[in-house]
Design a protein around this ligand. Structure first.
Ligand SMILES: Cc1cc2nc3c(=O)[nH]c(=O)nc-3n(C[C@H](O)[C@H](O)[C@H](O)COP(=O)(O)OP(=O)(O)OC[C@H]3O[C@@H](n4cnc5c(N)ncnc54)[C@H](O)[C@@H]3O)c2cc1C
Length: 379
């Protein structure tokens, strides 16, 4: 077993690390405060080959493996997780095309997404169907060589800025999983309207919206897979995108440790740097230990995805463990900073707000535990 990164992976890591340190991190607090979408920074990530990385080289993309995607995601998230969520949402939206697109669809749409800077969104969640994906209600009705979509999606990352939506609809809500069908919808199709940007607790640089579909006519040629395959496409997508979520959480936690270490060495109490107190050292040691475990679980699950086997259980291990770790580590970072940690003068309160989302999206951590338990019962 070899834990070392190869030369190409080290170069990729270095590119992402420099970009995060020099361009993302300095801008992060400003975009957190304003809640504006950092389009130029996201565009720059694409120019550097750090966005839309799941597009295979055959279709003009950079074609990174899941392991490589995790390596860069941890670095980017160290700089700002809100921006990194926007970058990752592109791959989340593209993955159903990679997984289920016909050769003709891939040739057209993946090449389209690779040719220029494009933003993509993945539209699965609805006001009454978040954890219960099979309960989705957005209707698709066949009408000749089109489908007509009616309904509402919510919590859509990149919702207000996307050029293309990957949309999951149902032909008949009473059939639950069996009725789900997936589509690619260019965002300028008549009948698509965007709600206001959500005013979120954290990851405020990412653009999250409700999207309404009102008699949207989608050509049948934009359907991904067969009718009824949509649920499976969504689940296979999430199996592959959960390792990078683990990496994103690891990046947030690593930033919290870096900030805590630096602060603990500087800050004095009772005449000594607080880093000299064993109680503080133990907090830092636990942070470092759990961050390392998060990274290992994440890379293991990514490696399994790259080998092409089933990775549901391990993807859920990684997502759940790394995001719970990020929440705990960032909360502890605020503790290490004392009163200062509770103010916006210092970076750790943002990390704590940002970390909370990680336990919620791409399947809550309760849902990850359900997936793990279901897999255990099978065994
Ligand atoms: C900022 C943000 C960005 C997002 N981006 C996207 C996106 O790009 N695309 C997209 O499709 N979705 C996106 N989501 C949606 C996200 O995936 C859902 O919020 C999440 O799946 C939870 O669904 P819900 O909010 O409806 O919560 P609910 O399903 O209502 O859950 C509420 C609570 O009940 C628990 N719960 C529910 N069912 C069970 C059960 N069976 N067993 C145990 N506990 C249970 C949950 O764990 C949770 O704690 C985003 C969400 C946010 C907040």
């Amino acid at each position: 077993m070899d834990f070392a990164l190869n030369d190409d992976q080290l170069a990729l890591q270095e590119t992402a690390r420099r970009f995060a340190q020099n361009e993302i991190a300095p801008a992060a607090a400003g975009f957190d405060q304003s809640g504006e979408f950092p389009r130029d920074i996201i565009r720059r990530s694409w120019e550097l080959g750090l966005a839309s990385t799941c597009i295979p080289q055959d279709h003009g993309g950079v074609g990174l493996s899941s392991v490589e995607s995790c390596i860069i995601t941890e670095e980017l998230a160290w700089g700002c997780s809100g921006m990194t969520t926007s970058i990752m949402a592109n791959d989340l939206g593209l993955m159903p095309i990679v997984i289920a697109g016909s050769e003709a669809q891939k040739k057209e749409w993946l090449a389209w997404a690779a040719a220029e800077f494009r933003l993509i969104a993945f539209c699965l969640s609805e006001p009454n169907a978040g954890s219960d994906v099979a309960g989705l209600q957005l209707r698709a009705e066949k009408d000749g060589d089109h489908y007509v979509l009616n309904g509402t999606k919510c919590w859509i990352t990149n919702g207000g800025v996307a050029d293309l939506y990957t949309v999951f609809a149902t032909l008949d809500p009473t059939t639950r999983h069996n009725g789900v069908v997936a589509f690619m919808c260019p965002s300028d199709l008549p009948g698509i309207t965007k709600g206001k940007k959500e005013d979120k607790m954290g990851q405020r640089a990412s653009d999250t919206r409700v999207i309404h579909f009102d008699n949207v006519r989608v050509p049948a040629a934009l359907r991904l897979g067969q009718e009824g395959e949509g649920f499976k496409i969504a689940m296979r997508t999430l199996d592959r995108t959960r390792p990078p979520i683990g990496a994103l959480a690891t990046g947030i936690a690593r930033r919290a440790l870096d900030e805590s270490l630096a602060y603990a060495k500087e800050r004095k109490a009772f005449g000594f740097p607080i880093a000299g107190f064993q109680a503080v050292q133990f907090i830092l040691a636990d942070m470092a230990k759990d961050i390392e475990a998060s990274r290992l679980l994440t890379l293991q699950s990514a490696w399994m995805v790259d080998r092409g086997g089933r990775a549901s259980k391990h993807s859920s291990f990684a997502k759940c463990f790394a995001t719970d770790t990020a929440m705990r580590v960032t909360t502890d970072a605020v503790q290490v900073f004392g009163g200062n940690g509770y103010t916006k003068e210092y970076p750790v309160e943002k990390l704590m707000r940002d970390a909370k989302l990680m336990q919620i999206y791409e399947g809550t951590n309760q849902i990850q535990r359900l997936v793990i338990a279901r897999e255990l019962m099978k065994g």
